[in-house]
Design a binder for this molecule. Structure first.
Ligand code: PLP
Length: 754
């Protein structure tokens, strides 16, 4: 059973609303503008719903229009207000909106302000740490404002605005006032006609009505300009035949709200939220809530967990069939902080790792109990994966290389399972907590913490890590990059790490070469050579004239197909080889094939690095990329449509399926069952580099199909393998979310060591 905790995004349609919509399509299907009996019946339905809505919203006066949703309501209100400002006597200077407003509001303000040629200044009203508007600021600016837009309750945090305080702050202003009331419907008594509010948009799908139906309240006397002109519907205020099935469904929801049978009261909802909050706090050590509960809707919780990204938490919840929402847009390598939480002044980590959990007033105790049980299971899965304090699961793979990425900067953990010794390469401060946690949970001892060079874009946290985790080295017995003084190599059980000096990117740049019983296994090359880029060499600590010679000495030390793990990976390529980079980078080919000497190489490289812009993470670019990045190339070439999977399995019995989800997800979810004939491997994306050499050694025609929860991570894996030369790497589009129901899959083999 799916536990849907994303009601602030949308809700399912209430059974009685579904029935009403069906009746409006099958029986009372008339056009309310027709004057025959079928039309009159439809009009009666519509009038009845409008009357009910007026009662629920406290809108005994003013206009109440049906339209497609809140976004249309916001456009209509903004167009109306701005049109009146354009023709008005007193010249307004400002358009104000709350800093935590839904995007629809500031975007509409900017759009219509430009389109109508008003040129007014659009300013955000600051909010405090509690998410509420700064009323003193508003009071000071309101007299110069033509329109003020605030919201009744925030969609991300649930913070309820102080509408009385805002109204008082507008006392000396003639500004029009728009209140986005989307999240308030059914949860707050608005008493619209009793307030100064000029415009209030609503969306039906946030309260168990279908998508495509909304309402806009317009105060008597407030300026109005129709967004759509045409057949004169809605008293010529909004043209277009009315969405009668949507209106009928909304009517059924409003009836349920008035009768109070289908919805819980505020006190019960607050008890439910407290249960969920307690389950979350027990499941996730160090969890913090991002808004004060006493100021929030009783149906919304917004939280962050130190050391756990919102992407990780979303994947975790989704694996447990719990649907929640990230408070921020994010991808595997990048976390964009939530604008709402940043506006509230929350620390960047909190704003970037927020998760929103929201339920609707139709929730019941059994649903909340099940939600709490699943949250507890998520906490257990994290503990078994050593991402939270606890005991690791016996099946958890730990040996080999695990990769962590923070804003494109790569950090590697190299573990020898036999000796339980490990080495961390290029640590970043953001990972100190989770690495400490991971190593102590596994009982690993640090043999070394190494940097490949002194970094320009971030500080090394080697010292913090050495202080936090048991290690084998005496203080002061290592050099600036963490290499043991006087040592030729570092032994890690059967593994051996040697060092190769590669001055260029910086004077002290080094590569660390990993050998096992079979010979050279892979190399950590820092920023000397990255996928699609050579490390920049225009820093004060760079050695540009030595760079060419360093590349030659790297080429002598490794083979063309040796796996190279970079210090930065801005485009999710994971690893590279000299052969791949020679083909992609003419400059590299030039120096390695003797066409460029050191000086020629340095000059060409300096030209390439001129005016290097910041990366998309707003950090210093560590190299000039010469081939297409994340958005380049034919993005869908490697995607397999879910419907094509059964035929592919039949046509290619040698197909290798690879589950790239992390162990905590694999443990939580029920994986589809498939016949034993299908070859299937479990290789978490964080440990992908261990498996790359094996896949590259497969016969060229062997198809490798990666899958994950949503198709995002599998797409990265397929593209990385293709770039390295295996042309038959595929990603299952839509992942397990769109997995064909008639195709089962056996649990995949997690055993994969370096
Ligand atoms: N305003 C708020 C506060 C919202 O939460 C939303 C939807 O998330 C909207 C406006 C836009 O609503 P719709 O997409 O239904 O038009």
């Amino acid at each position: 059973m799916e536990i849907y905790l994303d009601a602030n995004a949308t809700t399912p349609v209430l059974p009685q609303a579904r029935a009403a919509a069906l009746a409006a399509m099958a029986e009372d299907f008339g056009n309310p503008s027709s004057i025959h009996s079928t039309g009159l019946k439809a009009r009666a339905v519509m009038d009845g719903v409008r009357l009910r809505a007026r009662r629920v919203l406290g809108a005994s006066s003013g206009q109440l229009l049906f339209l497609s949703g809140a976004t249309e309501g916001i456009q209509t209100a903004v167009l109306s207000a701005l049109s009146s400002l354009r023709h008005g006597q007193a010249r307004a200077e400002l358009l104000l909106y709350g800093a935590t407003e839904h995007k629809a509001v500031p975007e509409a303000l900017k759009h219509w302000n430009a389109l109508l040629g008003l040129g007014l200044q659009v300013l955000a009203i600051p909010v405090g740490r509690d998410g509420r508007h700064d009323l003193a600021w508003l009071r000071a600016h309101a007299p110069r404002a033509g329109l003020v837009c605030t919201m009744a309750a925030n969609n991300e945090t649930g913070v309820i605005s102080d509408l009385d305080g805002i109204e008082a702050a507008l006392a000396d202003s003639r500004a029009l006032w728009l209140v986005d009331s989307v999240q308030a419907l059914g949860k707050l008594a608005l008493n619209l006609a009793g307030r100064r509010i000029d415009y209030a948009p609503f969306s039906g799908h946030k309260l168990y009505a279908p998508k495509g139906i909304g309402m806009l309240y317009v105060r008597d006397g407030a300026p109005f300009t129709p967004l759509m002109a045409g057949g004169g519907q809605e008293g010529a205020l909004r043209a277009g035949t009315e969405n009668m099935s949507g209106i009928a469904a909304l009517g059924a929801v409003l009836t349920a709200l008035e009768e109070g049978r289908s919805f819980q009261d505020k006190t019960t909802l607050a008890v439910y939220r407290a249960c969920l909050a307690a389950a979350l706090e027990r499941a996730f050590a160090g969890l913090v809530f991002n808004a004060p509960p006493e100021l929030c809707l009783p149906t919304t919780l917004n939280f962050s967990v130190p050391g756990l990204s919102s992407k990780l938490l979303l994947d975790l919840f989704d694996a447990a069939d719990v649907r929640v929402s990230g408070g921020s847009a994010c991808s595997a390598a990048q976390a964009m902080p939530s604008d709402v939480l940043m506006a509230m002044g929350l620390p960047a980590w909190q704003a970037a790792s927020a998760v929103r959990l929201s339920f609707g007033p139709a929730a019941d105790a059994a649903f909340i109990d099940e939600a709490c049980a699943r949250i507890r299971a998520c906490g257990d899965a994290l503990r078994q994966s050593c991402l939270s304090p606890g005991q690791p699961s016996p099946e958890l793979p730990a040996g080999g290389v695990t990769r962590f990425v923070v804003d494109g900067a790569c950090c590697y953990l190299l573990v020898d399972e036999g000796s339980k010794r490990c080495i961390v390469i290029d640590p970043v401060p953001e990972l100190t907590g989770s690495l400490t946690q991971l190593l102590s949970c596994h009982g690993h001892t640090l043999a070394a913490v190494l940097d490949t060079h002194s970094h320009g874009d971030h500080a090394s946290s080697a010292g913090d890590l050495r202080a936090a985790v048991p290690h084998l080295l005496e203080p002061g017995s290592v050099d600036a990059l963490g290499w043991p003084l006087g040592a030729e190599q570092i032994l890690l059980g059967a593994l051996r790490l040697s060092r190769l000096a590669l001055p260029g990117h910086t004077e002290d740049s080094s590569a660390y070469l990993l050998h096992d019983a079979q010979g050279l296994r892979l190399a950590f090359v820092g920023d000397t050579l990255m996928p699609g880029a050579l490390g920049r060499s225009d820093f004060a600590q760079s050695a540009p004239m030595s760079f060419g010679a360093s590349l030659l000495s790297l080429a002598r030390a490794i083979g063309p197909q040796t796996l190279l793990l970079p210090g930065h990976d801005y485009d999710d390529r994971f690893a590279t080889t000299l052969a791949t980079e020679i083909a992609a980078q003419p400059l590299l080919a030039g120096v390695l094939h003797g066409r460029l000497d050191s000086a020629g190489f340095a000059a060409a490289k300096a030209a390439l690095e001129q005016d290097l812009a910041l990366t998309e993470f707003q950090t210093l670019a560590c190299g000039a990329r010469v081939d297409e990045g994340r958005s380049g190339g034919n993005a869908s070439l490697h995607q397999l449509a879910p419907a094509a999977l059964p035929a592919l399995l039949r046509a290619h019995p040698d197909l290798l399926l690879v589950d790239v989800r992390e162990p905590y997800e694999q443990g939580l979810s029920q994986t589809p069952q498939l016949g034993p004939a299908v070859r299937c491997q479990a290789v978490p994306l964080s440990r992908l580099v261990n498996a790359l050499p094996g896949w590259l050694a497969l016969p060229p025609g062997t198809r490798v199909l990666f899958f994950c929860r949503s198709g995002n991570r599998s797409s990265q894996a397929a593209k990385a393998l293709r770039r390295l030369g295996h042309g038959q790497a595929w990603s299952l589009a839509g992942g397990l979310a769109l997995w064909p129901h008639d195709t089962d899959l056996a649990a995949c083999d997690p055993a994969l060591a370096i």
